[in-house]
Write a protein that binds this ligand. Structure first.
Ligand code: BG6
Length: 254
């Protein structure tokens, strides 16, 4: 902690809380746009934050993304919490396998010697197929578990970067641009006021469900994500933000 004081991280956290009007922020040193290891540092901070908040029985829902993959990488077993069940927060969102919530959730369970359940719901289903799939008992059961999570950990992305990475259909792409989306999180796209302007239709946690989740942790860093973080946090003042110096300095400068 003395080191964090010396590096000015404590001071950055204080300023960031004030700028973003949020209660809980952790800033790690560096800029993940420039140095890949900074994502792992955010991962380490996230793991510590989780361990402080987990009780004896927990369901932890996680999203995909490279940042969450780094969080998974940093996880270690915790003797106090033997009973953690990891679930993906939402169904397929068009990510590569290594960045998918299912993959990350299995990895977290493996690293912590916890349990996991997967959600097998493909993207772009017809309405009919979608309706019948969510009525399947195994899918229903996992959805039930997801809805009762006590903790959600998710990334925040730049809207256009995420829409392109997900190979978003042209029609949706146009909508995302026309409505000036700047931020993305778990398949929702937000404008700079933090209003939802588009959402990918899929099962699992919906934005309004987050209100009832005890602990919500957003992990996102890099100066390039400053706008996205600012917009997203406008509608999530009670979430814990774990970020890096790169994003924090850019946010304070704005
Ligand atoms: C997605 C999450 O998988 O990753 C989003 O569903 C998040 O919530 C995105 O915005 C961020 O990705 P990355 O690679 O920048 O961590």
């Amino acid at each position: 902690d003395v080191m964090r004081e010396v590096l000015g991280l404590k001071d950055l956290e204080k300023k960031l809380k004030h700028t973003l009007h949020i209660e809980d922020v952790i800033v790690v040193a560096g800029d993940s746009d420039l140095s890949p290891w900074v994502k792992k540092e955010m991962g380490r901070a996230c793991v510590a934050c989780m361990k402080e908040r987990l009780t004896d029985k927990n369901i932890v829902a996680v999203t995909g993304g490279t940042t969450l993959a780094a969080v998974a990488e940093m996880m270690t077993p915790d003797s106090k919490q033997s009973d953690v069940l990891f679930v993906p927060a939402r169904g397929g969102l068009g990510e590569d396998v290594k960045n998918q919530a299912n993959t990350i959730c299995a990895k977290m369970a493996e690293k912590t010697m916890g349990n996991y359940r997967l959600l097998h719901v493909p993207d772009h289903l017809s309405n009919e197929a979608y309706q019948s799939l969510i009525e399947e008992p195994t899918v229903k059961e996992v959805l039930q578990l997801i809805k009762s999570s006590s903790m959600v950990i998710h990334g925040i992305g730049d809207a256009i970067t995420m829409a392109e990475r997900r190979k978003t259909p042209e029609e949706d792409m146009e909508k995302i641009k026309a409505r000036y989306a700047v931020a993305e999180a778990f398949g929702y796209y937000f404008n700079q006021e933090g209003e939802v302007v588009h959402k990918v239709k899929t099962v699992g946690i919906q934005l309004e469900d987050l209100e009832h989740v005890q602990h919500v942790i957003a992990v996102a860093g890099g100066a390039s994500k400053a706008k996205a973080i600012k917009a997203y946090m406008k509608q999530a003042p009670h979430s814990i933000l774990i970020t890096d110096e790169g994003a924090a300095r850019a946010l304070i400068r704005e």
